[in-house]
Write a protein that binds this ligand. Sequence first.
Ligand SMILES: *[C@@H]1O[C@H](CO)[C@@H](O)[C@H](O)[C@H]1NC(C)=O
Ligand SMILES: *[C@@H]1O[C@H](CO)[C@@H](O)[C@H](O)[C@H]1NC(C)=O
Ligand SMILES: *[C@@H]1O[C@H](CO)[C@@H](O)[C@H](O)[C@H]1NC(C)=O
Ligand SMILES: *[C@@H]1O[C@H](CO)[C@@H](O)[C@H](O)[C@H]1NC(C)=O
Ligand SMILES: *[C@@H]1O[C@H](CO)[C@@H](O)[C@H](O)[C@H]1NC(C)=O
Ligand SMILES: *[C@@H]1O[C@H](CO)[C@@H](O)[C@H](O)[C@H]1NC(C)=O
Ligand SMILES: *[C@@H]1O[C@H](CO)[C@@H](O)[C@H](O)[C@H]1NC(C)=O
Ligand SMILES: *[C@@H]1O[C@H](CO)[C@@H](O)[C@H](O)[C@H]1NC(C)=O
Ligand SMILES: *[C@@H]1O[C@H](CO)[C@@H](O)[C@H](O)[C@H]1NC(C)=O
Ligand SMILES: *[C@@H]1O[C@H](CO)[C@@H](O)[C@H](O)[C@H]1NC(C)=O
Ligand SMILES: *[C@@H]1O[C@H](CO)[C@@H](O)[C@H](O)[C@H]1NC(C)=O
Length: 460
Amino acid sequence: MRSSSLFIALSAVAGAVASFGELPAGVPRNVDEFRAKHPYKRSTGCGGKRRIITIRDSKNETDDVADEFLEGLQKANHGGTLYLPKDKLYIIGKPLDLTFLDDVQVHWDGEVKFTNDTPYWQANAFAHPFQNSLMFWKWGGKDIKIHGEGILNGNGQRWWNEFAGLEILDPDNEYLRPILFYAENATNFQMEGIHEKDSPCWTNFVVTSQGVSFKNVIVTAESNNASSLPKNTDFFDSLNVVDLTVEKVWVNIGDDCFSPKSNATNVHVDTMYCNGTHGQSMGSVGQYKGEYSYIQDVVIENVWLLNGQHGARIKTWAGPDVGYGFVDNVTFRNFWQANNEYSAFLDSCYFNINASTCAAYPSQMNITNVLFENFSGYTSGKYGTAVAKLTCSSNPNAVCDNIQFRNFNVTSPCGDAVILCDGIKGGLGTDCVASNSTEGIAALKSTCTVPQATSTVTPW
Ligand SMILES: *[C@@H]1O[C@H](CO)[C@@H](O)[C@H](O)[C@H]1NC(C)=O
Ligand SMILES: *[C@@H]1O[C@H](CO)[C@@H](O)[C@H](O)[C@H]1NC(C)=O
Ligand SMILES: *[C@@H]1O[C@H](CO)[C@@H](O)[C@H](O)[C@H]1NC(C)=O
Ligand SMILES: *[C@@H]1O[C@H](CO)[C@@H](O)[C@H](O)[C@H]1NC(C)=O
Ligand SMILES: *[C@@H]1O[C@H](CO)[C@@H](O)[C@H](O)[C@H]1NC(C)=O
Ligand SMILES: *[C@@H]1O[C@H](CO)[C@@H](O)[C@H](O)[C@H]1NC(C)=O
Ligand SMILES: *[C@@H]1O[C@H](CO)[C@@H](O)[C@H](O)[C@H]1NC(C)=O
Ligand SMILES: *[C@@H]1O[C@H](CO)[C@@H](O)[C@H](O)[C@H]1NC(C)=O
Ligand SMILES: *[C@@H]1O[C@H](CO)[C@@H](O)[C@H](O)[C@H]1NC(C)=O
Ligand SMILES: *[C@@H]1O[C@H](CO)[C@@H](O)[C@H](O)[C@H]1NC(C)=O
Ligand SMILES: *[C@@H]1O[C@H](CO)[C@@H](O)[C@H](O)[C@H]1NC(C)=O
C-alpha cells in the first residue's frame, strides 16, 4: 500500500498553494480510509439457507486448484454457495469455462491467484477479437453473485515486466496479456467487496450482459518496477451491456478508470475514486470499420479523479477505416479532480492520428445531450490554463449537439482557466475559445507544474 505517497503529493500541493491541493472534506486517501468511509457489509440475504461448498486450498504458489474450483462451482450451482475462507490461497493454473452458472454465489474471503507462467497462458487462454483480448477464464449465466473481502490476484508483475516498451493498440504488438475478470452472456451478475489486484491487462471486461453491478470493490495494479508500469489495467470495459451499475469503488490502476465501449445502455456510476488513471471515459467507440455502435443513457456522479491523464472523457475514433454510431444522454456530475490534464475532454480524433488525417476522415459518431455538471478541483498545468477541451467531429453528417457545462469550476495552477471548444453547435453554456484562436494558443502555451510541499490535512 503506497497510499501515503498520494497523501504527501496532494497535501504537498495544499501546503504550497492552498487553492490547488486541499482534498475536499471527507475524501479517503487510501484503501483503509476508503473502507472506513464506505464500510463493506456482506449482505447475506437468504444466504443462511444456501448449501455451502468448500474446496481444498493450495499448498503453495504452484499448487493448481483450477479443477477443484470448477468442481466447486458445479456443485454450488443451482442454489448453493462456494465458500473460500479468509487466509486460504487458491492458485489457478489453467483456463476455466464458467459460463454454465445459474443461481450461484461465491463467498470470497480468501485469495484466488493466477499463475504467472506467461508463455503457458499466451498459448492457452481464451481469446476475444475485440482489441485482441485474452482471458484467464470466462464467467456467464444468470443470478451470479461474488461477495466477500477476499482478493482476486492477477499476479501481473511478470506480465508488465515483459510488456515494457510495447503498446497495446500497436497493430504489430504480439505480446498479449489476459484480462483478470471476464463475463459474457451474464444476466444479473453482482460483484461486491472483493479486491481485484494486479491484473496483467484490463481488470474487468463484460460482454453481452444485462444487469451487472460492482459495489464496494477495490481495484489496484501497482508495479514494484519503475520501468514496467501496469499498463492498460483499466478498471472496467464492456461491449453490449444493458443496466450497469457501479457503486463505491476505489481504483488505482494504469489506464481508463471506468470505460464502457461499444453498445452500452443505462449506465449508472455513483461514488468512484480513481488515482493515476487515464480518466473516466466513454469509449473509445467507433474503432472498427463499418461497425455501428452506441452509448446511451449514462449518469456518472460523485467521482474523485486524482493524478491522472484526463477527467471526464468521451473518445470516438476518426480515420479512414473506422465505424459509426452515436453517444447520447450522458451526464457527468459532481466531479472533483486534482492534477489531471484536461478535466473534461471530448476527443473526436481518437486514436493517434494527426489533425490533417482527422480533418480528411472525421469521426462518424453523433454526440448529443452531454452534460458536465458541478466540476471542481484543478488541473496539472500540462495544457497551461486550458482546463477542458471539447472537439466535435467536423463531419457534416455527424451531429454534435447540446454539449453543456453547468457549474463548472475547475481551475488551472497556471492562471485564469480557459475552456477550449471546437465545432460545438450552440456553445457550451459557458465561455470558451477555439483551440486555434489567439486566446486558445496562448492558454496552451502558458504551461506550469503543480508545486510540491507538505501538509497535514486529515479527511475527517
Ligand atoms: C496514486 O498513483 C501514484 C502514481 O501515479 C502513486 O504514487 C500513489 O501512491 C497513488 N495513490 C494512491 C492513493 O493509491
Ligand atoms: C506444492 O504443493 C504441491 C501439492 O502439495 C506439491 O506436490 C508440490 O511439490 C509443491 N511444490 C513446491 C515447489 O513446494
Ligand atoms: C446465454 O445464457 C442463457 C442462460 O442464461 C442460455 O440459455 C443461452 O444459451 C446463452 N447464450 C449463449 C449464446 O451462450
Ligand atoms: C523491471 O522491468 C524491466 C523492463 O521490463 C526489466 O528489464 C527488469 O528486469 C525489471 N526488473 C526487475 C527487478 O524485475
Ligand atoms: C452493437 O450493436 C450493433 C447493433 O445492434 C451491432 O451491429 C454491433 O455489432 C454491436 N457491437 C458489438 C461490439 O457487438
Ligand atoms: C438519460 O439517461 C438516464 C440514465 O439512464 C435516464 O434516467 C434518463 O431517463 C435518460 N433521459 C432521456 C431523455 O432518455
Ligand atoms: C446521426 O444523426 C442524424 C441526424 O439526426 C441521423 O440522420 C443519423 O441517423 C444519426 N446517425 C446515427 C448513427 O445515429
Ligand atoms: C498525418 O498522418 C498521415 C498518415 O499517417 C501522413 O501521411 C501525413 O503525412 C501526416 N501529416 C502531417 C502533417 O504530419
Ligand atoms: C455540487 O458539488 C458540491 C460540492 O461537492 C455539492 O455540495 C453539491 O450538492 C453539488 N450540487 C449538485 C447539484 O449536485
Ligand atoms: C471556484 O473554485 C475556486 C478554487 O477552489 C474557489 O476559490 C472559488 O470560490 C470557486 N468559484 C465558484 C464560483 O464556486
Ligand atoms: C481554426 O480552425 C478552424 C477549423 O476548426 C478553421 O476553419 C479556421 O480557419 C482556423 N482558424 C485559424 C485562425 O487558423
